[in-house]
Design a binder for this molecule. Structure first.
Ligand code: SF4
Length: 468
């Protein structure tokens, strides 16, 4: 049961009924080698790590949670924050010791955005590394491994072959659990002046609709009930639809919603400039689309938004939110914020506080500006002192956490459909997520795992709900 009045339009199923297949791996007998994948950063990296495991399984690698025991260790890295690269080098130092102590023939790979940004530098600084591969080349892992075994010296692959990558990835996914990420778009053309993503993930590329639907069906046939469509700029998605027309994210969501077995859909991360009317309409009409929208603004001051190259004003954002709330009054908003961007004055920061008070957020992510090498922000004047950033972040987070707690407390007494993901720490207690992505705990039998059950909320904290 959902809380909003949209159920009346429950769509016709376009697909034969979903089959909950046993999640056995028929090549498990062949899997003689072990791969340990450590994932840093965003949902895109979580998805990429799962796909790396899918690419490696046919050549005999099975995932392991124990690095010392692995034949192959992959660090799937993130480059968003300061010191990201240094963290990777210190981790490689630990792996070198582990390799020398336990497994001299262990192979080591660095993947993801630090690999893309640092490439050859990693080979120079960390000789323990055998393979360096960017986010768009992990489909080449089998041939890279073969090359490493044939030749001496590390193999480097950092081309931006996004579409080739998706064309070569195994169609079948091996999902973990009942909720799965599905990358539909990669890269970014926005070039916000604080961000490395356009340089590490490349230009915006949208995957073909047919490929996405096939992957969603594969997930549904293995018991996945919730799909989160992801992209650096997921609402910039555009591709040719089966009807030959240009499809945006709205049309794609309506289509994915027709797949049997998929009961919940989410999407992230969006940019205010790409929120089109069709997508806002779908937010109001599609019952399977969860009433939760992550829409970063970063700052409330138009001067800072300009300096960040966000290419929209606070007023534009405010009107967009009003339109979205008119389409779906039940929607919970989430935002991203950066304090201390170069040139940010006290008055600019007060604009961010005013924005938060006026908009109201159910959840959020907030950070101090950190200089990223190679981005325009790194060379800007009037960098804000660290202590000023810390003071502003404290004030902002106090306000955001107050709003988050108030939002969660407004759910007390309400009955929400919760997708049960597994057991919680306390015996007899289960864990799942509300439509607003809030972690929810309640007592119940393990048979409910994988089901969507109605839970009446009795208690609410900042980060989670308790119910019966
Ligand atoms: S929209 Fe801006 S912040 Fe987001 S990935 Fe692109 S450049 Fe980075």
């Amino acid at each position: 049961m959902t809380t909003s009045p949209r159920d009346k339009t429950a769509p016709r199923d376009i697909d034969q009924p979903a089959v909950i297949a046993a999640r056995t791996d028929d090549v498990s007998a062949l899997n003689t080698k072990k791969v340990f994948i450590k994932t840093y950063g965003c949902q895109m990296n979580v998805y990429d790590s799962e796909r790396m495991a899918d690419v490696l399984s046919p050549i005999g690698y099975a995932p392991t949670e124990v690095p010392d025991d692995a034949d192959l260790v992959i660090l799937n890295t993130c480059h968003i924050r300061e010191k990201a690269a240094e963290k990777v080098y210190s981790e490689l130092g630990r792996i070198r010791k582990m390799k020398e102590a336990n497994k001299p023939d262990m192979k080591v790979a660095v993947a993801g955005c630090v690999a893309q940004a640092e490439g050859a530098e990693i080979k120079r600084r960390a000789p323990v590394v055998d393979m360096v591969l960017g986010p768009q080349t992990y489909h080449k892992l089998p041939e890279m491994i073969a090359k490493v075994h044939r030749e001496t010296g590390a193999v480097l692959e950092t081309e931006f072959d996004t579409l080739e990558k998706f064309d070569q990835l195994p169609e079948t996914r091996k999902p973990k659990g009942f909720s799965s990420f599905l990358t539909i778009q990669e890269g970014c053309d926005k070039f916000c002046t604080f961000c490395v993503v356009p340089y590490t993930r490349g230009a915006e590329v949208s995957r073909p609709v047919t490929q996405i639907v096939a992957e969603a069906r594969s997930l549904a046939s293995q018991g996945v009930r919730e799909i989160t469509l992801i992209g650096q700029n997921v609402n910039a998605y555009h591709a040719e639809g089966p009807d030959g027309g240009q499809w945006g994210l709205g049309e794609l969501i309506r289509h994915v919603a027709l797949i049997g077995g998929i009961d919940r859909i989410r999407f992230t991360t969006s940019h205010p400039r790409d929120m089109d009317d069709e997508l806002i309409k779908v937010l109001g009409e599609e019952p399977k689309l969860m009433p939760y929208l992550h829409l970063p603004i970063q700052a409330g001051s138009d001067k800072i938004l300009r300096a960040m190259n966000r290419d929209h004003t606070y007023e534009h954002y405010k009107q967009l939110i009003a339109k979205i709330r008119a389409a779906n009054p039940d929607i919970a908003l989430s935002g991203d914020f950066i304090v201390g961007f170069p040139g940010e004055t006290d008055a600019d920061f007060e604009q961010t506080m005013k924005c938060v008070k006026e908009i109201g957020y159910a959840s959020s992510f907030s950070f101090k500006y950190s200089v990223r090498p190679g981005t325009p922000g790194a060379t800007m004047h009037r960098q804000v002192p660290e202590d000023v950033k810390s003071e502003r972040l404290k004030r902002l987070q106090d306000l955001l956490y107050t709003q988050q707690r108030e939002f969660n407390q407004s759910l007390i007494g309400k009955t929400l459909p919760v997708l049960v993901e597994g057991t919680a720490r306390e015996p007899g207690r289960l864990f799942g997520r509300s439509p607003y992505l809030t972690g929810t705990h309640f007592d119940g039998p393990e048979e409910l795992i994988g089901q969507i059950v109605d839970v009446t909320i009795t208690e609410a904290g900042v980060n989670s709900l308790i119910g019966v």
